[in-house]
Design a protein. Structure first.
Length: 395
């Protein structure tokens, strides 16, 4: 038997290939979490006297071994197994015989996938946080070494007021730290235990205790009622992608600044040659491709967010196979965000501002002059502004 639902008829191969899609591949990253939640589930069944103590021990141990084997790359989910949940149960049955089938008492792949996804989201959030903190430390190195260099502050891409590398970079630091904090909002939505909701309507005829798996897995609460669970699929995911897109947005602005400052016409900064790329036709080029690709990563996030929101929109309540498609944009946006944060951390200390090339012009001090005039003459700012503006006009 290959799939959990296989009866006595073979499945059309094309249907299998289309419906499984790349799910069997995507589920690879969820196996670890599926095993964790399976162990919690079987122990809950034991505590509720639904599975014998000995059997629970055998199943838990086999699950741990299967997890280690997976970690070592000794097995991978196969297309004909459809998904990771099926692969897991099949491996259990291979090891323990029909006893392995107890694992599916009181659960469905519908609550199983959500439990694994939520545990994964909680883990990945702290990894994203760590990477943001690392990026901030790299920006701080730039500030320590070059912070005092004055640069123009722009509005409308026009010179506005004096700024500095420090002031410019500190803005990004503040936003990256804020983004790191906001990721925690995702956790609050993902911190509810879906296990025991099974296919979406509970486990008739079984006296299970959902709060037990909540405690075992470290979820903050049990997701109640059972009918809320499938309604919520895609929400924590969308919230996560939204937050990732905020990060990608700040990275894109930082990349855009660097690209502009690096242009020959600006020449505010130099990028170390070994992080630039060349042209196949123009021998003189040292292109800032890495920053251009970081800049465009934001669009991937925005696209993924649209994908997830629209996949789950307008469905009726309950589980639908449509929801499987949420995993791809979720994983894609997580991967591109982590890669982009890491490459920015790697690249940001490879830029050096060229103090001698950056000139601040007198007109950039006119706001300061108007402010001072307003204070000195005790006149409204608008009057001071008009006096300075008139002076500029006459020059
Ligand atoms: N791969 C599926 C998903 O991500 C798992 C749940 C399958 N459930 C089902 N009833 N076919 O949604």
């Amino acid at each position: 038997m290959k799939r959990l639902w296989d009866k006595d008829r073979p499945i059309d191969e094309l249907i299998l290939k289309y419906t499984a899609g790349n799910d069997f591949h995507l589920d690879e990253r969820l196996i670890k979490y599926d095993i964790k939640s399976s162990i919690a589930h079987i122990n809950m069944l034991k505590e509720m006297n639904l599975v014998k103590k000995d059997d629970c021990k055998k199943i838990s141990e086999a699950l741990k071994i299967i997890g280690k084997e997976h970690e070592k790359g000794e097995w991978k989910i196969e297309l004909n197994q459809e998904d990771g949940h099926t692969a897991l149960e099949n491996h259990l049955v291979e090891k323990l015989g029909s006893l392995g089938g107890y694992i599916h008492l009181g659960r469905s792949r519908n609550d199983q996938v959500l439990a694994a996804l939520r545990l994964y989201l909680k883990d990945i959030s702290s990894i994203i946080n760590e990477e943001l903190i690392n990026l901030v430390s790299k920006i701080n190195i730039l500030i320590d070494e070059q912070g005092e260099i004055e640069i123009p502050g722009y509005t409308h891409t026009q010179r506005g007021m004096p700024s500095s590398v420090k002031l410019w970079a500190e803005g990004y630091i503040a936003e990256f730290l804020d983004n790191a904090k906001s990721i925690n909002n995702v956790i609050s939505r993902a911190d509810k235990n879906p296990l025991g909701s099974a296919a979406g309507y509970g486990t008739p005829g079984l006296n299970i205790d959902r709060d037990l798996t909540t405690k075992k897995l470290g979820f903050k609460s049990t997701h109640e009622p059972v009918t809320a669970v499938q309604l919520s699929r895609g929400k924590a995911e969308a919230e996560m992608i939204f937050e990732l897109t905020m990060i990608l947005g700040d990275l894109a602005k930082l990349a855009s600044d660097i690209i502009l400052f690096y242009s020959y016409e600006f020449s505010f900064l130099e990028i170390k040659k070994n992080i630039t790329t060349g042209s196949s036709i123009m021998p003189q080029k040292n292109n800032p491709d890495v920053f251009e690709l970081v800049r465009s990563a934001e669009s991937i996030g925005i696209g993924a967010l649209m994908e997830v929101l629209s996949i789950s929109s307008k469905l009726i309540s309950g589980y639908h196979r449509d929801l499987q498609r949420i995993k791809m944009p979720l994983f894609r946006s997580i991967d591109i965000t982590l890669d982009s944060i890491k490459i920015m951390s790697h690249s940001i200390t490879n830029i050096s501002f060229k103090k001698e090339k950056i000139k601040l012009s007198d007109d950039m001090y006119t706001t300061e002059q108007a402010n001072k005039l307003s204070l000195e003459k005790e006149i409204p700012f608008r009057d001071a502004y008009n006096i300075i503006a008139k002076k500029i006009n006459e020059e």
